[in-house]
Design a protein around this ligand. Structure first.
Ligand SMILES: Cc1ncc(COP(=O)(O)O)c(C=O)c1O
Length: 448
């Protein structure tokens, strides 16, 4: 392994930067990345790591896609920027809108672009409020979301995010945000005699009735929760759709992680044949090469934008519809289609999950292995029979992630759940290595 250039760079970094989720302790042990190649990252000391998270689930095409760089350079040399405010547009944004209309759900045909996931969540929430005001129901403003769901950390997105650790330093949270239990098939306990999938979905109905249907604008949910790997049980989304229709609540799906192929479908609700009223995306739309996100409006929602005399939608971002990010998105979609990466994600994801099961099912502390496509999670527990978690102070999950890092593998996790989110382009030999290193790391911390 290399010299200690990394440590010197970290000291330099510390003098002038504050990082996302800033934590002094975590950062002391940080890495400075200087190069990406395929599905690997190289640090300042020259050490090479397999990136089993594809960045933050976003670098779906890996780090070596020359066509994305070429698309960005060409567009920068033609039109580096154009305002996307009403009255101004550009051909790349239009082409991307057309392309997305063909790729997303059949009822979703209009798009607004942002610079990432959190901005997309805020845009979704504000659009739902705008919609209900236009429909003559201004009292419908509340957002319901899942505990264990992640939607970003801008102020409104943070309030929708269902991980309490994100809240206390920034409270009070905004009024009008309500959380319901996650459908987590490992931990959700249905009332006696009830089907867990239906009971988990009916949590939404309970919350709507508690709040009053005339106050609820929106239910926002990830089709599969990336942070946690929770896959809804069969029937869940069908029931969710029914409840939203019954109580006049818009259903928004957050496809920031699941969009653009990761779950083995281009967009994840295709697994369940349920159409949303709003959808949002980011990350994989540019394979992380440039920051771009957005929301898609169903025809039902878009209709209020076009109404004679409707109020202007006073929502905007300087970088909405940025021609360079849109050009890179178009190049990304080209690669996904030409290389059949959606099918690859389905096949590789099935192998990844099967590999994790065969390597870890027998381990006394592996409580649950779950996932869909190239989203996977391994939940570690102290006692498999009772599902009792380890004391948080033992920091078992972080220790497993640190062991993986020592073995040249980058992963992430929360509590004692270890996440995997490899690139769509990661091939069989490396995927096997990922599984082997995760299994070795679990054994290094918890014994064989
Ligand atoms: C499902 C989901 N929504 C929203 C976000 C927020 O995206 P960003 O970090 O680009 O604001 C994320 C980020 O991980 C996400 O996974």
């Amino acid at each position: 392994m290399g010299d200690n250039i990394n440590a010197e760079l970290l000291a330099r970094d510390h003098r002038h930067l504050v990082h996302s989720l800033h934590s002094e302790k975590t950062h002391l042990d940080g890495k400075v990345w200087v190069k990406g190649e395929g599905c690997e990252l190289i640090d300042a000391d020259g050490n090479r790591y397999i990136d089993a998270m594809s960045g933050l689930w976003n670098v779906t095409l890996g780090y070596s896609q020359p066509t994305l760089a070429a698309a960005a350079a060409s567009q920068m040399n033609t039109l580096a920027y154009a305002s996307g405010y009403s009255g101004s547009s550009n051909p790349q944004a239009m082409a991307l809108g057309e392309r997305l209309a063909g790729l997303t759900y059949p009822n979703v045909n209009r798009f607004f672009f942002t610079s990432g996931g959190g901005e997309s969540t805020d845009s979704t929430i504000k659009t739902a409020r705008y919609y209900w005001k236009a429909m003559g129901k201004p009292g419908k403003y509340k957002t319901i979301s899942l505990m264990g769901g992640y939607h970003g950390t801008t102020l409104a997105a943070m309030c929708a995010t269902g991980f309490p650790a994100y809240w206390p330093s920034f409270e009070p949270r905004m009024p009008g945000f309500v959380h319901i239990p996650n459908h987590d098939v490992y931990r959700y306990t249905a009332p006696p005699g009830q089907d867990p999938a239906m009971a988990a979905a009916d949590e939404l109905e309970k919350a709507i009735l508690t709040e009053g249907a005339d106050t609820v604008a929106l239910f926002i949910i990830e089709p599969v929760c990336g942070g946690g790997g929770y896959v809804p049980p069969p029937g869940y989304f069908k029931r969710i759709r029914e409840i939203c229709d019954q109580y006049d609540v818009l259903l928004a799906v957050d496809e920031v992680i699941t969009g653009f192929g990761r779950t083995g479908r281009m967009f994840a609700m295709e697994h369940w044949g349920v159409l949303p009223d709003l959808m949002q995306f980011a990350k994989g739309i540019t394979s992380g090469y440039l920051p771009l996100g957005g929301i898609g409006l169903s025809d039902k929602v878009a209709e209020v934008f076009d109404r004679e005399g409707s109020d202007p939608w006073m929502h905007c971002y300087t970088y909405s519809g940025h021609p360079v990010t849109c050009a890179v998105a178009l190049a990304t979609i080209d690669v996904i289609e030409k290389e059949n990466l959606v099918q690859a994600a389905a096949a590789n994801g099935a192998q990844l999950l099967a590999g994790l099961h065969s390597a870890l099912d027998g381990h006394a502390n592996v409580g649950h292995i779950r996932g869909l496509g190239l989203i996977a999670a391994v939940e570690l527990v102290e006692d498999k029979s009772t599902k009792a978690s380890f004391a948080a102070s033992r920091k078992i999950g972080p220790a497993v992630i640190a062991e993986a890092r020592k073995r040249g593998l980058i992963t992430r996790g929360r509590g004692d759940t270890v996440y995997l989110g490899p690139a769509l382009v990661m091939k069989e030999p490396m995927l096997k290595q990922v599984v082997e290193i995760v299994a070795e790391s679990v054994q290094a911390v918890l014994g064989a």
